[in-house]
Design a protein around this ligand. Sequence first.
Ligand code: ADP
Length: 156
Amino acid sequence: YKDKKKTSPYMERLRQLRVGDFKSLPISIRENISIYDAIVTMFTQNVGSLTVVGEGQTLRGMVSRKDLLKSALGKTDLQQVPVSIIMTRMPNIIMTTADEPVLEAARKLTLHQIDTLPVVEAFIDEKGEERYEVIGRFTKTNVTKLFVQIGSLGAQ
Ligand code: ADP
């Protein structure tokens, strides 16, 4: 774009796209379910990562394909051991919100080399601590679909 101080109107519109308009429904499990049941859930729900939640859909952690594969390699009793043992847990979870620009969320996915961001709403619990309610998930697939959508604009 010729004038370097201005960005193109297309770029401006791209920057205004928000996570809330492109997110998917969250697929969540409780932290006391077995690794075995988490694997089954991953297949039946056809997702690559599951959010692990407590009471009121509060975010506790994430469990991905590789977490499950790793645990399946060892001598772990998959039917007995809960996912809480192998999940990546809070406060180490990278999150997004419905009003975050899609570009910013996509940057988090590439920067941290992960497939899924839980979409959350922050709230203060009865102990005065900040917690996050899971309201969706934003994945590389959402970004890819958006990319195709933008690329197809005007194409007949
Ligand atoms: P996969 O294991 O299928 O390649 P990811 O690349 O998303 O999936 O996960 C890699 C690692 O990062 C796993 O250990 C997983 O628990 C963790 N992880 C997944 N999503 C997040 C997230 N949003 N924030 C922090 N860690 C995550």
